[in-house]
Design a binder for this molecule. Structure first.
Ligand code: SAM
Length: 241
């Protein structure tokens, strides 16, 4: 078998994500679980050429390959403890979608809402991404359901989407959401509900109900309380940027 000439390869970001997720905590564990999540990819020079996305407008979904840039420096681990196994059972990194993997590469399918090639920029508008703001994108490909979706696939220890938790808002938090939505047009209440209903807490915190938490979405800090049978959103506060 012919060997590659070098065992090292270099990846160059072709774009960067601008996303509603400003911190890792709270981002759903897979794409498509919070459809109110907005993001866009801005292609970077020399890849920001309109012809590089010519024909892509006909596809509803994209594969994104990206760098887990915020955990890259922590390196990889041969085994990890997936939250859905209660954070105690170990599985191999290659049996997981963990961020701590050799090469730190992520893979997500997202909905393509539109493409803007005006003002010298190339912007892809996305829905339902699970990527942190500032994530470097290394490749984009159209999603082909006839080739990429496997109806009879078996899913090991992750046979179903995560369980959904009930999310409630205090009257004050409801009013704050409404005011923010009116001002910005962003669907904050829907996004908060979708994000919290996935139970973003790591497994060790899931065993300790009654605690207060905070999650940043766009420029808002969402304060919430984890109760036994529901999560209560108690306050929505602007974040000083
Ligand atoms: N869908 C991708 C995959 O399978 O490769 C990502 C799955 S990974 C379990 C999802 C988590 O990655 C999110 O909950 C978020 O905390 C984390 N994440 C997203 N963007 C990241 C980034 N740029 N750096 C580090 N972690 C990131």
């Amino acid at each position: 078998m012919q060997q590659p000439s070098s065992s090292l390869y270099t990846l160059e970001p072709i774009g960067i994500i601008h996303s509603c997720y400003r911190e890792k905590f709270g981002i759903p564990r897979q794409p498509g679980l919070a459809t109110a999540a907005t993001a866009c990819i801005e292609l970077l020079p020399p890849f920001n050429r309109p012809e590089a996305v010519q024909g892509l407008e006909g596809f509803s979904h994209l594969w994104l390959q990206f760098i887990f840039h915020q955990t890259l420096a922590e390196g990889w681990r041969p085994t990890i403890r997936p939250p859905r196994l209660g954070g105690e059972t170990r599985v191999g990194v290659f049996a997981s979608r963990s961020t701590h993997r050799p090469n730190g590469l992520g893979l997500s399918v997202v909905r393509l809402k539109g493409i803007d090639t005006q003002n010298g920029k190339v912007i892809l508008e996305l829905e339902g991404s699970d990527l942190l703001n500032g994530t470097p994108i290394v490749d984009i490909k159209p999603y082909l359901p006839w080739a990429d979706a496997v109806a009879e696939a078996e899913c090991g220890f992750a046979p179903e989407p995560p369980q959904i938790r009930e999310v409630r808002f205090t009257p004050e938090a409801t009013l704050d959401c409404e005011a923010y939505e009116k001002l910005t047009g962003r669907p904050l209440a829907t996004l908060v509900t979708q994000v919290l209903s996935q139970d973003p807490r790591p497994a060790y915190l899931q065993r300790r109900p009654g605690r207060n938490h905070g999650i940043q979405l766009w420029d808002q800090n969402i304060r919430w309380q984890a109760n036994d049978d529901h999560f209560l959103v108690t306050a929505i506060e602007s974040v000083e940027l």
